[in-house]
Design a protein around this ligand. Structure first.
Ligand SMILES: C[S@@+](CC[C@H](N)C(=O)[O-])C[C@H]1O[C@@H](n2cnc3c(N)ncnc32)[C@H](O)[C@@H]1O
Length: 178
């Protein structure tokens, strides 16, 4: 089962939807972060593009990843530590995102936590992509997502396995009866 990939679906989504606010849970070496930002600045001035990344940043440090993002001219914040701790705090102050990529811890506790806090940063048109749904912990988290409030589309990418795409369901306003 592939673990990494180039996630071309993310860049396609960013390009088509003119995304400017991008969040990634699980940054690793920052290459995917840079690719997403470079795609966003095809449509927007670099200083209008914001990237928020969460990771332990233990080997690929904040400084190393930061240097890659500096080259793009975007605004960014790299939030260091376990998302079980960092997300509850960060989501109190972060803006709503246009796209969120969940690709951090693969246990159900981590994946559920990452979804729970990503949900708080969704506006009506935000798309959340969850990587590695083939992992049992991630699959359990995706199964727990309310189908009443969200559409959950599962797709398979040959180079990198199963991915979930989550969007808010638009609930039509009820008509008042006279
Ligand atoms: C699969 S890699 C991310 C790959 C990256 N999204 C990409 O496309 O290249 C997973 C990353 O999640 C981070 N991670 C795993 N569990 C985490 C946790 N509980 N809190 C913060 N980061 C975590 C790891 O340090 C690792 O860098």
């Amino acid at each position: 089962m592939p673990w990494y990939g180039s996630h071309s679906y993310l860049n396609e989504f960013i390009r088509i939807n003119n995304c400017r606010k991008i969040m990634e849970i699980g940054v690793y070496n920052g290459e995917n972060a840079k690719r997403m930002v470079l795609t966003a600045i095809e449509n927007s001035p670099p200083h209008k593009v914001e990237y928020y990344g969460f990771d332990f940043f233990s080997y690929y440090t904040v400084e190393r990843v930061g240097r890659k993002l500096d080259e793009t001219g975007c605004k960014y914040k790299l939030i260091e530590g376990n998302t079980l701790k960092t997300l509850p705090e960060a989501t109190k102050i972060l803006p709503k995102m246009d796209i969120i990529f969940i690709d951090g811890g693969k246990s159900s506790r981590e994946a559920m936590n990452d979804w729970e806090y990503s949900e708080k940063l969704m506006h009506d048109k935000t798309s959340v992509f969850v990587h590695n749904v083939d992992f049992s912990g991630v699959s359990r988290a995706v199964d727990s997502i309310s189908r009443q409030n969200y559409t959950v589309e599962i797709f398979y990418s040959p180079s990198e396995g199963t991915v979930a795409l989550i969007k808010k369901k638009m609930i039509p306003q009820q008509k008042h009866q006279n």
